[in-house]
Design a protein around this ligand. Structure first.
Ligand code: UDX
Ligand code: UDX
Length: 468
């Protein structure tokens, strides 16, 4: 199959991955028409909002990129069928959450949306179409996608021929730095079988990514590399958090330990920040998926090894909630606690698997009254995340309310918990907070990013993750 230069791209899924990725491709390849489609009409409407401050995804720099390309060669639409029909390449960027029921519940990925999208592509595509798996998928998902597409290949009633090639091209972007990660990636990974399709996709990235950073592998290596990269990153966080607990029990300081080990070039300094555990849409989901795959292939010891990374993460979050209760004289019932930060990390409004969810839920179970402040997360999102589990109405759960600043959240509170490392928290006026709080007042710094000297001087008792 000969390739002609790619002229049109369709991306199914206008989420955290599809939106920013396509915006950067459109920005760097003005000659290519890029259409991002989604079933969710209100999401598409938000992507088309004339006010660039109201895009559905918050990413530093995204508004400028969308502002440059939207209407020129970047389009957001709900017309999935015609976008597929016109596309030379279709990216599948739909969500792949962990299954909540049925076979593999709690671990396996739910592939219903990937399958539905593949079927839609099979039905609507015209001519030769390259289908790219952008979503993170279990190893060998391409087989499913290929089987669905193969069934539609061949001559069509209108006398044309339909053909497909499947590639895997996982994203490695981190939320909050998505635009920088897309513009200067460490590497772009393309897995596939057909050299022409691989080169067509490599040609798109080649507009701005140096050629030595575009890696080509077989399909299965590409799918597995994505899961492995996230598993290794998450493992570092669980490793340092396990040592943080030990530091607290001894007189060690985890930041000092992290610096000492991180200076060893074989270990490296990144991803050694102790905290309330990892959140985000990927780490837990991808490791559980890896665990499921290992069990499927009879590799129980390998599965248990990786599962421990997730277990330690949950333990760290419960540990922090328990420790808050202990420090506050063993009870937080009816006590007001200021929660600063709800997003799973700074510079995003995303709360998927945020450590704040588990920590706040534990404190609500203990009867606490939470005053939550986050610069970007909406009240509706927090409400959805903290919703009481069905059938759990039998005890006096605490309550929560939204606050519009750290100071407001702290008014009348016994403690301030910092759960997200928003940069503005570094400048909290501790003296002002101390003045409006009940004494003894506590600061629990789960991110170890505050100026503890100032807080202590203002009269606070201070707990910092990983400091003995
Ligand atoms: C991504 C990846 O796709 C996922 O595999 C990765 O592990 C995490 O990040 P993300 O972009 O964050 O997902 O997901 P989300 O923000 O939920 O966006 C997916 C979009 O696809 C949604 O807007 C949803 O409406 C849309 N969708 C889903 C469709 O348009 N069609 C479908 O059939 C299913
Ligand atoms: C991650 C991967 O980094 C990215 O390559 C992949 O494509 C998607 O998953 P993301 O989830 O957006 O990206 O965020 P990341 O910056 O990796 O942080 C994940 C979680 O780990 C956050 O909750 C963060 O606070 C936490 N973290 C990170 C730590 O607790 N300590 C660290 O040292 C680093």
């Amino acid at each position: 199959m000969t390739t002609h230069p790619i002229q049109t791209i369709c991306c199914i899924g206008a989420g955290y991955v599809g939106g920013p990725t396509m915006a950067v491709i459109a920005d760097r390849c003005p000659q290519i028409q890029v259409t991002v489609v989604d079933l969710n009409a209100s999401r598409i409407e938000a992507w088309n909002d004339p006010d660039l401050g109201r895009l559905p995804v918050y990413e530093p720099g995204l508004d400028a990129v969308v502002g440059r390309c939207r209407g020129r060669n970047l389009h957001f639409s709900t017309d999935v069928q015609s976008a597929i029909a016109q596309a030379d390449i279709v990216f599948l960027s739909v969500n792949t959450p962990t299954k909540t029921r049925g076979v593999g519940a709690g671990q396996a990925s739910d592939l219903r949306w990937i399958e539905a999208s593949a079927r839609q592509v099979a039905a609507c595509a015209k001519g030769h179409t390259i289908v790219v798996e952008k979503s993170t998928l279990p190893v060998r998902t391409a087989e499913t996608v290929k089987a669905i597409l193969a069934a539609a290949q061949g001559a069509t009633p209108d006398g044309e021929t339909k053909s497909f090639e499947v590639l895997s091209n996982p994203e490695f972007l981190a939320e909050g730095t998505a635009i920088a990660d897309l513009e200067q990636p460490d590497r772009v990974l393309i897995g596939g079988e057909d050299p022409a399709a691989i080169e067509a996709l490599a040609g798109i990235y080649g507009h701005w990514v140096p050629s030595e950073r575009i890696l080509r592998t077989n399909l299965w290596s590409s799918e597995l590399s994505k899961l492995t990269a996230n598993a290794f990153l998450a493992q570092r966080i669980s490793s340092i958090n396990s040592i943080a607990a030990l530091c607290e029990a001894t007189e060690a300081n985890v930041q000092e330990v992290a610096r000492a080990i991180g200076s060893d070039s074989r270990i490296g300094s990144k991803f050694l920040q102790a905290g309330p555990g990892f959140g985000g849409s990927c780490f837990q989901k991808d490791i559980l998926n890896l665990v499921y795959l290992c069990r499927h292939y009879g590799l129980d010891e390998v599965a248990a090894y990786w599962e421990a990374v997730v277990q330690l993460n949950a333990w760290q979050q419960h540990r922090i909630a328990r420790l808050v209760v202990n420090k506050l004289f063993g009870t937080v019932t009816a006590k007001r606690l200021a929660i600063l930060g709800f997003a799973f990390k700074a510079d995003t409004n995303d709360t998927r698997e945020a450590p704040a969810i588990r920590i706040c839920s534990d404190l609500l179970d203990e009867g606490a009254e939470l005053a939550i402040y986050d610069p970007k997360v909406s009240e509706g999102q927090i409400a959805a995340d903290l919703e009481q589990p069905a059938g759990d109405g039998g005890h006096d759960r605490g309550g929560w309310q939204l606050s519009s600043s750290a100071l407001e959240a702290a008014r009348g509170a016994d403690a301030v918990l910092v759960l997200t490392e928003w940069s503005e928290f570094a400048a909290i006026p501790w003296v002002e907070l101390a003045a409006v709080m009940r004494k003894p007042a506590w600061v629990f710094d789960a991110r170890a990013r505050l100026d503890h000297g100032v807080a202590r001087a203002a009269g606070f008792h201070v707990w910092v993750v990983g400091q003995g």
